[in-house]
Structures are given as C-alpha cells and as structure tokens.
Design a protein around this ligand. Structure first.
Ligand code: ADP
Ligand code: ZN
Ligand code: ZN
Length: 763
C-alpha cells in the first residue's frame, strides 16, 4: 500500500496531470517507436497517477518499453519509457535529463504496455507502479536484461597432437573428454567436476589451437517421457473446440468435475499450440503447493518449459522471465504475476482453478490475473481456457450469458466414480475433540478396509482461542482485534493476522486465574486427537506450520500419496488439486463457518472449498465418501450443494446476488484507509464519500464508511467505503474523478489509502 503524502516541489520533474479514461496512456502508434525524439515520457515507480517528461542527451535514444535511469527528486530511479515526444509541454531547459538508457530494445513490448496501461486505468493504480511491477525484481533494480550464458569447449577441426598422458595428465583427461564428446560441445561444469585446476590445464590447449572456447545460451530443454491416455468423448470435444480456435480470441470455461481430466485437456491443446510454433501460458494458483502438477507437465511436454513463481530465487526468476520474453520458452507455467510476462509468440492461455482467490493480488496493484489474462488473450487473438470444477460466480454468469463457451466434463476420468456427499448432523451428538462419534466410526471402517481418510479443518494451530474460565477474558493480540491462536507443541500464542507471538501464559493475563481453557479446534489439535484414537496409524498433517521448512511439504505430500500415511489432516492446502490415490473418505469439520461469513463471497467460497476438498476422495477405482459435519443440516444452501451439486448451488446463490445488487450483477470497489488512530481513516473516508456524493451519480451507491470487519490489524485502524454501481463505466468514472486529487483531502496526510476494484474479500 502506498502512503499518499507526496507533495510536488521544484525538486521533482515537471508533471503533467493525466485525465483518466479520456485517453489511454499508451496509444498504439508506430511513430511513438521512433527513437530519435528529443524527449521521453517516463513511468516511474511512485504513488502518483502521472507520467514524467525527461530530456534525452545527445547520442541518447530510447524506445517505448525500455528502461531508463532517471533522477527523481533527490533519488535516482529506474523508470520505463512510455513514449517519445517531439516536444514537451514544459520548457526544455527545465526538464531533467535521462541519466542512462538501460535497454536498446523494448523490455516490455507494445502489447504488454497496452494491457498494463489498461490495467492502470481499470484498477486506478498509478501507472509507474503498474509498469514496474510487471518486471522481475532484478530487472526492476536495473540489472542487465541478459540471458545467462555458459562456457563451452570443443576440439578444433584439423590435425593436432594429443597431450602426453605422463607429462600432462589433467590435460590428457580433458582432451579425452572432448574426444569422446565428438561434435557435441563440453560444458565448463563437466571439467570443473574433474578437477578444480581444469582452467590452467585447458589454457595451453586453447593457445595451441587444439581447443576452441565459446559461450552458449543456457536454454533448458525438456523432453516428454510419457504420452497421455486416449481421451473420452467430452475431453475430445473440448480439445477440438479449443485447438480449433487457435489463432483467434475465444474464451472457454472448461467446467469439469474434480478428477475429470481437465489437465489432460490442457496438455492436448498445449501440444496443438506448440505444433503451430506458439507459446503457451498456464496460470496456476500456487505452484509450490502443487509440485505434482509441475512434474506432470515435465513428463509430457517437449520443448523449453519454464516456471515462474515466488518460491524461486531472484536470478532464476529473471532468467525464466527473459526466456519467455525473448521467445525462447515454449511453455510458461506460473502463478498470478506470470500473467504480465511478455510472450512474443503467445498462442494459448490456460487458467487452472480459475475460481481460486490467490489469482487476485491483495495489496499494491490489486489486479486479478484471470481478468488481465482475458484482456491479453483478446488483444493477442488467442483462445483462453478457464478450468475448474467450481467456477467463480463471475465466470458462471459469463458462461450463462454466452460470453464464454462452456465445455463440460461431467464424468470422472478412468474408472473413478463421483464421491457421495452426506451431511452429518452433530447437534446433540457426543463430540470427541470436535468430531462426532459417527465420524470416528466411519474413519475406523475406511482404515480397516486398508484405505486412507482425509480430515479437513480450515484452521491451523491447536485452538483458536485461549479463554479464562473465571473472568471470561480471551488471550488477544495486542496489535489486532483478534484472538491469539494456541500452538501447543511450541507452547506459543500466535496471531494469524499480524504474526506476533508470545509464550502461552500459565495464568490468565487479566485476572491471574489458572483456569484457562483452550476453546475450538485447529489442525494440530485434530491430528493429536486422531493420533490418540489410532495410535498405530501414520498421520500426515499438512498446513502452513507443518510445511514451513524447505522440503517439508514435499515429504508430507509424498507420504500422503504413497499411502504410508493413512490419515491426512490439513487446511485448504490439502484441497488444491492433489491426487491421493488411496483416499476414500473425506471428513469436513468446519463447513458451517461459510454459512455465516460476513463477506458476500463467504457462501461462494464455502461451496467451492467443500467441492474441492470432496474431490480428493475416490479418485481411482474405489468409491469415495464425504462426510460434512454440520449444525445446520436443514440449511437449504448446504442441502442443495450436497444433493444437487455445485451448479445448482451457484444458481440459487447467484439469484440472491442479483437481488442484492452484488457482483456479478453490479460492480463494486472498496476504498480502504488505515492509520495509527481510529478516527483518521473514518474522517478521510467521510471526505471521500462527500466528494463522491457531490454531485451524486445516478446508479452509483456509496456505502459507509464503516470500520473494517477487523478494525485493528498490526496496530493500525482500518475503515472502508464500498462503492456499488449498476454499470462498470459509472464505477470507473467515479473512481477516476476520485484519484485525480484525493491527496488534497486534509485527512489524506494522516492515512494510507488504496482502491480495490472487484475486491475478493472485504477485510
Ligand atoms: P483434473 O485436472 O480434472 O482434476 P486430471 O487431468 O488430473 O483431472 O485427471 C485425473 C486422473 O485421471 C489423472 O490420473 C489422469 O491421468 C486420469 N485421466 C485423465 N484423462 C483420462 C482418460 N481420458 N483416460 C484415462 N485416465 C485419464
Ligand atoms: Zn481471567
Ligand atoms: Zn495480530
């Protein structure tokens, strides 16, 4: 988030106010690529919705999309050239000069620049920050946009004498390696593995003209080692439709039940695109959580396959980004931010699990990767596939209105049957550690039959609350309006919102009583209870705590997949796309929470989570069962979901959204504000509200301001204002008017504020 306390002073370059919506930042004009302009307009990473004019020095030229180093205030920053200017609105003498042009070619090509410019207007986020956030960190810092090269060696053609084995033993072995390699060059690393002194040994060989040294680009190549199964008719229909649209914009919703072979469809379409020499972009929610998926692509794809995600180091990331941007990579598999990577040969976009909330950036430039991908696909005239078993309500609506073509996969692939879902009424039933006696019976039966059971609870830690039995006080976070979660094994209280920690106290922090109760359940507690009930069974717990160490997640997933662990306990990390062949029973403990969530998306998210978790069961020959513990077995939404499935559930929930004028039938944005005191954000937002109401815009409703559902977070107070509009254009106009001069509001000095267009949650 930005602090909008910026003031223009004469130290800053002259700025030209920019009027939103009237004119895009970046027009598609070939003349703007003329590198001989004397001035350039540059986007610099600042919270201002402005571009800045700079003067080019003699001999300097810069084309749009290239990076420049420029003075900005007292700092020197890396900016991106947006366009060349024949003349500036400001006197040339007053303009500051570009310090250095970093790229000869455009690092961000025209199409990416234009999508980003659109995104800056759509999300009302400063253009400089938007453009810069499209670059990997190292390039943002001004590092050269060069692909790594490796040293290679080969024997020169022609006559030469072999080195003597006795007098120059190392030279002799290096020479032999080169002879054996024949026409293939030998990598420096091969020599380095032979001896640390290889460099001094090879030098005389080069000097004598026996060996030739070279450098070659490091191009990772992947070879397929597997072919796919033959497709079922529905898969074939989907593949035909998508592959048949290569070369033109066509949005598809691949709506396939869990385990129906969606990934198989992606792979076939990908092959078709590669055959036509196109690049394929695949966005997945979290690569680190789904190593299986990455391995599956590696086994099946031939070509240059690279990934892009936050768990990689900065060098790897910028190398893979450059491989994609320079057209070397054939397939890019990445998380959210990969949607912004330049792809000169882009021919197909796939968004796997398009409903997943992690596709939306939650701070700074708050874009939705699915929506940006849609804009890119249209711009580049290529098909885009949104795959999921549980489409977001926006996507459901787009399919219903015919904007997206729906491709259904209604059956599970292979012999697998759909899981049977049932509600388990826990009212007036004995509960042992939050689990019903009937749940234990079911787990016991499945274990006895030699199968695996998965217990899902979307809370980590031991217990979400530590309560004093004498005075009723809870151990609360000192910086947030939230209870501390008890982590029993580490004997710590931890706040899951701000991360602060303290030891679990022996006595009540308010009254000194020793009567402290741990209330509620988390994965740690459930795993402990199950360990007690089934002492001989290996349990794999998968949540953010148990998988923090490097390699820990992989290890847990391995024991879960191999069947070594018969019981799996976890949070939504377990729900995401995993394939555990032996799981026949899934137990969902805390489904009810979604029924009473404060957010308008709570119900949608509950439905998606239940169906996704349920989808982990019975993925091979054996029938899968799902037990959902509930105290609301009569709830019509819960019943519809269980008895009729996700689509029927979504249809009813969508009708409610329509009545309440909520997305996808209306368009919303949230203005958030926060400050160290409670009053400032509210006062600031009241000012914002006044501006929005004066004059009021018909069809736009301003709700609030209200304190955020959790007002205090990390020691700061938060408030929010909700804008609801009947038409997208109205919302856009209001926000545009707002951003022009919001920082002139008095309270803007004391608050940090941000705009969230199409928010995924209202916290
Ligand atoms: P989804 O992505 O929809 O969850 P997957 O593509 O992972 O489904 O497929 C689930 C399982 O079914 C995988 O093990 C996959 O190899 C297998 N599978 C997919 N398509 C077929 C098919 N046509 N015939 C046989 N098995 C298939
Ligand atoms: Zn007390
Ligand atoms: Zn906290």
């Amino acid at each position: 988030m930005f602090s909008f306390r910026f003031r223009q002073t004469d130290k800053y370059p002259l700025i030209k106010p920019f009027v939103y919506l009237k004119k895009p930042y970046i027009e598609r004009m070939s003349s703007s690529c003329n590198p001989t302009f004397p001035f350039v307009q540059v986007a610099v990473p600042t919270p201002l919705h402005l571009l800045f004019d700079y003067r080019l020095r003699d001999q300097q030229s810069a084309i749009p999309g290239s990076r420049v180093k420029v003075p900005f205030g007292r700092r020197s920053v890396i900016g991106i050239v947006v366009r060349g200017l024949a003349e500036s609105a400001y006197p040339a003498k007053k303009l500051r000069a570009v310090t250095e042009v970093l790229d000869e070619d455009a690092l961000l090509p025209e199409d990416v620049m234009s999508v980003l410019s659109w995104a800056s207007r759509y999300y009302h986020h400063p253009i400089g920050d938007v453009l810069c956030s499209a670059l990997p960190v190292l390039l943002r810092q001004g590092k050269p946009a060069a692909l790594a090269h490796r040293e290679i060696f080969r024997l020169t053609t022609g006559e030469h004498a072999a080195p003597s084995e006795n007098r120059a033993a190392l030279q002799f072995s290096l020479y032999n390696v080169l002879c054996e390699a024949g026409d293939e060059p030998v990598d420096a690393s091969t020599f380095a593995a032979l001896s640390p002194r290889w460099r001094s040994a090879i030098k005389p060989l080069i000097e004598k003209g026996v060996v030739q040294a070279d450098s070659s680009m490091v191009l990772p190549r992947n070879s397929a080692v597997e072919t796919g199964p033959s497709l079922v008719p529905e898969q074939q229909t989907a593949v035909d439709a998508i592959s048949g649209s290569l070369g033109s914009f066509a949005p598809f919703l691949l709506h396939g039940v869990t385990g129906s072979g969606k990934t198989e469809v992606y792979l076939r379409c990908l092959e078709a695109a590669l055959q036509q020499g196109k690049q394929v972009l695949i966005l997945v929610p979290e690569i680190a959580l789904t190593p299986q998926l990455m391995r599956r692509f590696q086994r099946r794809v031939s070509g240059c396959l690279v990934s892009l995600h936050s768990a990689m180091n900065a060098t790897e990331r910028s190398q893979n980004w450059l491989l994609a941007a320079k057209g070397h990579a054939d397939v890019v598999i990445g998380t959210r931010s990969a949607v912004l990577v330049p792809l000169p040969r882009l021919g197909l976009v796939v968004i796997d699990e398009e409903h997943d909330g992690s596709l939306k950036q939650q701070d700074g430039f708050r874009y939705h990767a699915r929506d940006l991908a849609m804009v890119r696909a249209r711009d580049r005239s290529c098909p885009i596939v949104l795959g999921t078993a549980t489409p977001s309500f926006e996507t459901m609506n787009n399919a219903a209105t015919g904007r997206y073509k729906e491709l259904p996969l209604t059956h599970r692939a292979g012999d697998a049957k759909p899981p049977v879902l049932s509600l388990l009424d826990i009212r007036r039933r004995p509960l042992i550690e939050g689990m019903s006696d009937r749940l234990f019976d079911a787990i016991g039966q499945h274990l006895e039959a030699g199968n695996q059971a998965l217990v899902f609870i979307n809370r980590r830690g031991f217990a979400p609350t530590l309560l004093c039995n004498d005075c009723g006080a809870c151990a609360d976070c000192r910086r947030c309006d939230a209870h501390m979660t008890v982590h029993a094994k580490r004997a710590r209280l931890r706040c899951h919102h701000c991360g602060s920690e303290r030891p679990v106290p022996d006595v009540c922090e308010s009254c000194g009583s020793v009567e402290l109760d741990r209330i509620g359940y988390g994965t740690e507690r459930i795993a402990a209870a199950l360990a007690e009930a089934y002492p001989d069974v290996t349990i794999a717990r998968i949540d953010r705590d148990s998988t923090r160490k490097k390699g820990a997640l992989q290890k847990q997933l391995d024991v879960a997949t191999s069947g070594e662990a018969k019981l799996l306990v976890g949070t939504q990390m377990l729900a995401k796309g995993h394939h555990f062949p032996g799981v026949t029973l899934v137990c969902i403990l805390d489904a009810d929470r979604g029924l009473f969530g404060t957010d308008f998306r709570s119900l949608e998210q509950m439905g998606q989570l239940i169906i996704q978790v349920a989808g982990r069961s019975g993925r091979e020959q054996k029938q899968g069962h799902v037990l959902i513990q509930t105290r609301n077995p009569d709830n019509p939404m819960m019943q519809t979901l269980v008895a009729e499935g996700y689509s029927a559930f979504a249809k009813i929930a969508l009708d409610d959204r329509r009545l309440a004028l909520l997305p996808p039938y209306a368009f919303v944005a949230l203005v958030r504000a926060e400050a160290p005191d409670a009053e400032s954000p509210m006062r600031f937002l009241r000012g914002v509200s006044q501006r929005l109401m004066n004059p009021p815009v018909a069809g736009v409703y301003v709700l609030g301001p209200v304190p955020a559902p959790m007002e205090r977070l990390g020691g700061r107070y938060r408030a929010q204002l909700l804008l609801q509009a009947e038409r997208r254009s109205l919302l856009n106009e209001c926000l545009a008017r707002l951003t022009v001069n919001l920082d002139t509001l008095k309270e803007a000095q004391r608050t940090r504020w941000s705009i969230d267009v199409d928010p995924v949650d209202l916290f």
